[in-house]
Design a protein around this ligand. Structure first.
Ligand code: TTP
Ligand code: MG
Length: 400
């Protein structure tokens, strides 16, 4: 049986490492990137901190006031979102020198499928080591890399070997690596699931691997079957390469011409949701929103608008798409009234599509830098993405 060779690469203390590299005085210092601590009165949170700061118990998402209390002598930096984003692009370019099969997960994290290229470096370990060295020599930043035959094990491995780590889990070692680990290390086991599993006497991944699948599904529902598979090292999910095209779009053809604009708008909302989700999955934001409308007689119309800043959230994309559609309807109705078109019953839409293009910065974890409304929208959409990833496209929908 041939196994895949999948690497999970995650930069160490990413934002803080960029700060330390840019200012050598910060090397070896506890550095906290996040909101202004205002001598302990600051609101907001820690984005990340250097490993020196972690020794004081400082963590991502902790209130900045707590970070200050734990280590007032740390260097507190507000962060430079653009710089991190730029660095992320440079790192991704390095990955592309090794393989085109790259699935970006976040600003500092990606899966690479090395199955087709590791032979050039003889072994998976040497390939991963070459990537690590290349990243360091070009950026001065340190990546930790986990390599395994399946995705989730590669991710656990990179986390396990941090910082400055490289860990290759050979196929025959997957179970002996996984089984002693705490159950919460398993992808998809949050605090609630962990509590239930603990009540069932399951504390390690190994405990889960030998637990009755039927009993687990009875207790946790159908999705628990997936957890059993993971505990046994089974994860068929492939590395899904990022989109390399210049736009992301979705369209829908109605079974018969749709005359009710409200129905068309409902479809437009669903399509926009899909586009938004794909954009975010691929770390993209675009400035141009376009719609495509095919009316009776296969006449295809497009309308687009370019925004002052790049977007990928549905709340930013949908209103633009909706306004474009409504304007189009008004134009058409006006023309009909002037006798340009003979269709008296109103507009008949055969196909509707939405597209976002003119990509700009990669998507980064910018919640720190955005207003609170934007942050809420991000949380909601990320939660919706996770539900859809787990339970399918129909599992959750927006109200209109
Ligand atoms: P992580 O990879 O989770 O953290 P890290 O790179 O700082 O540290 P390590 O991987 O070594 O544990 O996140 C990458 C960057 O994303 C991080 O540097 C800052 C940002 N980030 C936030 O802004 N808020 C958060 O809550 C988290 C977890 C990360
Ligand atoms: Mg990281």
């Amino acid at each position: 049986m041939t196994h895949r060779v999948i690497a999970h690469i995650d930069m160490d203390a990413f934002f803080a490492a960029v700060e330390q590299r840019n200012d050598p005085r910060l090397k070896g210092q506890p550095v906290v990137v996040g909101a202004d601590p205002k001598e302990g009165r600051g609101r907001g949170v820690v984005a990340t901190c250097s490993y020196e700061a972690r020794k004081f118990g400082i963590r991502s998402a902790q209130p900045i006031s707590e970070a200050w209390r734990r280590c007032p002598q740390a260097v507190f930096v507000r962060g430079n979102y653009e710089a991190y984003s730029q660095e992320s692009r440079v790192i991704k370019k390095i990955f592309e020198e090794f393989t085109p099969d790259i699935e970006s997960i976040s600003i500092d994290e990606a899966f690479l499928d090395l199955s087709g290229c590791y032979h050039f470096y003889q072994t998976p370990e040497r390939t991963a080591s070459a990537i690590k060295q290349r990243v360091y020599s070009q950026t001065g930043l340190i990546a930790s890399i986990g390599v395994a035959p399946v995705k989730f094990v590669a991710k656990i491995a990179s986390d396990f070997c941090k910082p400055d780590g490289l860990l290759v889990i050979a196929p025959q070692k997957v179970l002996s690596f996984l089984h002693p680990l705490a159950i919460e290390k398993l992808w998809g086991v949050g605090r609630k699931t962990q509590a239930i599993l603990n009540q069932l006497g399951i504390r390690t991944i190994g405990d889960l691997a030998i637990f009755s699948r039927t009993k687990l599904v009875e207790t946790l529902g159908a999705s628990a079957g997936h957890l059993c598979d993971l505990a046994n090292g089974i994860d068929p999910r492939p590395v899904e390469a990022d989109e390399s095209v210049g736009s992301v779009s979705h369209e829908y053809t109605f079974d018969k011409d749709e005359q009710n604009p409200e129905e068309v708008l409902k479809v437009l909302m669903t399509l926009t949701e899909k586009v938004s989700r794909r954009l975010r999955k691929n770390g993209l934001k675009g400035r141009t929103v376009s719609i495509k409308i095919r009316t009776q007689g296969f006449v295809t119309n497009t309308r687009s608008e370019t925004l002052p800043r790049a977007v990928n959230l549905i709340d930013a994309i949908y209103p633009v798409a909706r306004d474009l559609f409504q304007k189009f309807i008004q134009e058409q109705t006006g023309e009909m009234n002037r006798g340009v078109e003979s269709n008296r019953s109103g507009i008949c839409v055969r196909l509707i599509g939405v597209k976002v293009s003119r990509f700009e910065d990669d998507y980064v974890v910018d919640s720190l830098f955005a207003d609170s409304c934007h942050v809420r929208q991000e949380y909601i959409q990320t939660a919706m993405d996770k539900i859809k990833d787990k339970f399918g496209e129909q599992a959750i929908r927006r109200g209109f």
